[in-house]
Design a protein around this ligand. Sequence first.
Ligand code: PRX
Length: 678
Amino acid sequence: MSEKDKDEVSEAQIAVHWQEENYYHPSPQFSAQANMTDPSIFERFSLENFPECFKEYADLLTWDQYWHTTLDTSDAPCWKWFVGGKINASYNCVDRHLKQHKNKAAIIYVPEPMDEPHVTLTYQALYVRVNEMAALLRDFAGLKAGDRVTLHLPMTPDLPVTMLACARLGVIHSEVFAGFSGKACGERAADSGSNILITIDSYYRGGHLLDHQEKLADSIKASEANGQKIDKVLVFRRYPGKHSSKIPMLEGRDYFIDELLKDYQGKRVDPVSLPAEAPLFMMYTSGTTGKPKGCLHGIGGYLSYATATSKYVQDIHPEDVYWCMADIGWITGHSYIVYGPLALAASSVMYEGVPNYPDAGRPWKIAEELDVNIFHTAPTTVRMLRKAGPDEPKKYNYHFKHMTTVGEPIEPQVWKWYHEVVGKGEAVIVDTYWQTETGGFLCSTLPGFQAMKPGSAGPGMPGIHPVIFDENGNEVEQGSGIAGNLCIKNPWPGVFQTIWGDRDRYVENYFGKYCKNRDSKDWRDWPYFTGDAGMQAEDGYYRVLGRVDDVINVAGHRLGTKELESACMVVDAVAEASVVPISDELKGTVPVIYISLKPNFQASTEIEQAIIRAIESEIGKIARPRHVYIVPDMPKTRSGKIMRRVLGSISNRADVGDITTLANPEVVEEIRKMVQED
Ligand code: PRX
């Protein structure tokens, strides 16, 4: 193992701190109604039946033209699914339900303020809004199939309406989480080549109407600095007809969408019939370098995978009220608030605000009022609600049949509170492991017939064949207790197609390490590397231990350490920056920043504050560090590499290990004192 790999694994293993737990079984009542109770699905989706097995998923969709080739590997490892097929995602999520479900709630929107009523968009209402928006995008904004458009939208129904309007035209939407800074949005807009930006004047969070349009100037500036002019900015208004931002509109560039829509009232736009492998959307995520990667997802493969997993893992039936309390600005919201549930004609709840506004009983109050029976959230939120209101769920009259956790490992004691108190001992829980890149779940139990094990994600999904490789590409044996690099042996329909504009990086990052033959067109030569460390127990369940690359998971949000480090460099005084994750009771991990200054600069709180401000404006408040330490020097190897592992150990009060080979071992003790005696 090289020194680099040793560093990485030790960082990743911060998460390994609990034992294997006992099983919990789904109740007979749950199993009796579950969408999937047939264990032979794993036979049908065995590697021998790959890739044809995925026909079963594709057949959940309505195809304009049926496909002839399940998996085309001719451009390996850029996989093409269901080739020959023609399809439209907006048609599949809206139009095809009108005949039977016109009056059914598609989206139930809960604004954050307690005095604003819920808004229900029936499938008919959604159809009308999506069509009018599609007409506006086509005829006013000039968008057509294959164009990219950047959305910087929070959790109001405008967001899914816009996504589905884009999908109707074949326009590739790129939604940037509203909590990201204007600059982060502008950089992504430039990378995707969007000349249209869609935003909103304001939205509620934590009891405040935030002025979101304030971020626009930075978006435009960053986009133009990166060579992309924004021709038009389309602005939703939180209260149509009333401008809730202090930022004036720029004539000839900025337009209120509610005013433009008057010209498109009653307009209908035929869904554009697109090749199955045409892109549906892109979503930026963090990686090893400072530059976020635009993960491109294709229509037929992605939609069939999101739909099937919504059906079999989320167990959504037509009469269920399903609430995923994620933000649509992340992949979870794309797959499991919008595309998967709506393709199944479900009623999908979306909530504007924070879970603890005005108090930690809010989610349970919403569940009671709407009779939510499927609930989906991240461990960070569960930990926060458990701390802020451990007895709140008991006060509300709701019953969940099913609950999900996603995005981070969940500690068994937190899992048990979720099960006993939130789920009232009645709900099954699925711990779903996946990534922005994977489109849908990789590992989870199938809730109708597989036992749950707190702290473990579960086995591979049907048709997903995980494997743990050591550094040399040897398979680590099931039940050996040894951690390694978690990979997937085969492609699957939900996997992303490439990184926008950077195929080489796609090949290198995800396949480079374990590809046996780069000229091969055989999928068996191209195992997918997740970037996570994992361990497989005797029973076949996987435990995900954390990232082995320079990615950290803060409150379920994925951030690149390099992105944070380069944000620090914006401050003139900074010579070097190093970011390490430290364990946090609520957020899982949070970043801590170590800084060394250029000569002639003195450490000061002003510099610390400037660094925090730089991180907020370069990335967003979610990346705010716990501490900024200005150190006399970074611990370095003799070749000059910063030993992040040493900084990580100091921050987490762990043993720093052997430091005698460092170029400057004496600085380690100085830093330790500064941090641990702080
Ligand atoms: O490290 C894994 C962790 O989150 C990463 C993916 O982050 P992102 O692309 O933002 O997608 C999050 C929502 C799908 C993974 O590489 N992760 C995700 N789910 C789990 C998890 N870690 C442990 N258990 C999980 N269930």
